[in-house]
Design a protein around this ligand. Structure first.
Ligand code: ATP
Ligand code: MG
Length: 432
């Protein structure tokens, strides 16, 4: 099987890991997603190895290892620079899932059992890189050819065991442009309401993978079709079913129109998805916090990092700001573009225009502006400080902030260029 050259060091290392285990007398195979990707002729992002060696054996055989889940039999083996890392997992069958979230126990076993515990047939294959042979106990190859996502075994039982698989089915169907096999699909719809028992972090992780992929529009449509959207993101489902149809169309269009090079960040793609969800405007409340708009509700529930929450909320709140500031003052343009999220905002704005069939003029202009800075730097050194105001004999107080802000605005607008100009300006304005 051929893959791209950039993948070579990773692939070679994953080969060596298998070779070393075999030499020590163990079975070892590439497993899961990497086999699927190789059969499809795509370069895997990661290689996983499955073996009958126990974690203790694995840690003894390789010098640089990190035990990532020894009770589940997973050891990470670190490669030489550029070769990434390989997760080596002991063949296992999962015990009962009592809470629908994680197995109560695992039992180390044989390759075939290890295939049967995996989620979908296309994810359940092994590959022997030494003999160049696919080992397929679950009919994964046929389903890859047919373009079908099919649960391994009884779909309802498998989804009941681990409800995250409901979302994973949608993610893989979207990513590969596959259909979901009828019984698997029916089981997802029937069990969709139970997805909420899954830890928010795991749902967020799948949502992240779904949204950064270029198939994100299809992914969201499939979430809606399987009733998962209403469970995971009821705020978005409300936009879809109860909101303005145009807004929902624009949302889907934006998801499809986001630039892929480089792929959008998760906050950018999520902001595109949340564009129709009301975000609270207005001043902070008595506690000094922003009122919790529905966008905040989503972000808090997904438990993504504060930095990502801030970025998404900023993007949603400023989704129309670019057009507004463009006809405004240089200071307004500079303030918006100096924000760390401005490149994402430009990409969001461009995609929204394309979704509405308009030319993304403002986005292009903003791009050029950032490249050329025709009105000077976005964040020049301040011309004066509070010490200068004291030097002018001005009584300290709230007036300081007002004067410094006003000078800053004049500076960004190109009307004040030097400290002397600024001091003169303050003297002329301090009593107004
Ligand atoms: P990706 O390229 O998106 O990482 P992947 O197939 O590698 O796709 P992972 O989430 O990295 O997906 O999981 C690796 C493998 O582990 C899967 O291919 C599947 O065989 C198995 N697996 C992962 N999550 C589950 C799950 N919830 N239930 C059953 N098997 C799973
Ligand atoms: Mg993976």
């Amino acid at each position: 099987m051929n893959t791209q050259a950039s993948d070579e060091p990773k692939r070679r290392f994953a080969y060596e890991v298998v070779e070393r285990l075999r030499t020590a007398g163990f079975q070892a195979l590439w497993a899961g997603g990497c086999v699927r990707d190789l059969v499809l002729g795509q370069a895997p992002t990661d290689y996983d190895v499955a073996t009958d060696a126990t974690p203790e054996h694995v840690m003894r055989l390789f010098r640089r290892t990190v035990p990532v889940g020894v009770s589940f039999g997973v050891v990470r083996v670190l490669g030489p620079p550029g070769a990434g890392q390989v997760e080596v997992a002991t063949f296992r069958s999962d015990g009962q899932y009592l809470d629908g979230r994680r197995p109560e126990s695992v039992r180390f076993g044989r390759a075939e059992e290890d295939a049967l515990r995996r989620d979908f047939t296309i994810n359940g294959m092994f590959y022997d890189p030494i003999r160049d042979e696919v080992i397929d106990y679950v009919g994964g190859r046929a389903d890859l050819e047919r373009g079908v996502i099919r649960a391994i075994g009884d779909p309802r039982a498998r989804f009941r065991e681990d409800k995250l698989r409901l979302v994973r089915a949608v993610r893989f169907a979207a990513r590969f442009g596959f259909s979901i096999e009828a019984e698997t699909h029916a089981a997802i719809v029937a069990l969709a309401a139970q997805v909420t028992v899954v830890a928010a972090e795991r749902i967020a992780q799948e949502l992240r993978r779904l949204l950064v992929d270029r198939s994100r529009r299809r992914g969201v449509e499939l979430l809606a079709e399987t009733r998962l959207l209403g469970e995971i993101l009821p705020e978005v489902e409300d936009v879809r079913v109860a909101g303005d149809l145009e807004v929902w169309r624009r949302t889907l269009g934006t998801l499809a129109a986001l630039e892929e090079e480089p792929p959008p960040s998760f906050p950018l793609a999520l902001a595109a998805l949340l564009q129709g969800v009301p975000i609270q405007e207005g001043p902070a409340d008595a506690t000094g916090l922003w009122p919790v708009g529905r966008v905040r509700g989503v972000l808090g529930r997904l438990r993504i990092s504060n930095a990502e929450q801030e970025r998404v909320a900023w993007l949603v709140r400023h989704q129309d700001a670019l057009g507004r500031v463009w006809g405004s003052t240089p200071a307004a343009r500079k303030e918006l573009l100096a924000h760390a999220g401005s490149e994402d905002l430009i990409r969001l704005s461009r995609a929204r225009c394309l979704a509405e069939g308009r030319e993304p003029d403002v986005a292009e202009a903003a791009c050029r502006y950032l490249r050329e800075l025709p009105e000077g730097p976005l964040e020049p050194e301040p011309l004066i400080t509070g010490a200068d105001l004291r030097g002018l004999g001005i009584e300290p107080g709230p007036i300081y902030r007002e004067l410094l802000d006003a000078v800053r605005r004049e500076q960004l607008n190109g009307r004040l260029a030097t400290r002397e100009d600024a001091l003169r300006w303050v003297e002329a304005h301090q009593h107004k």
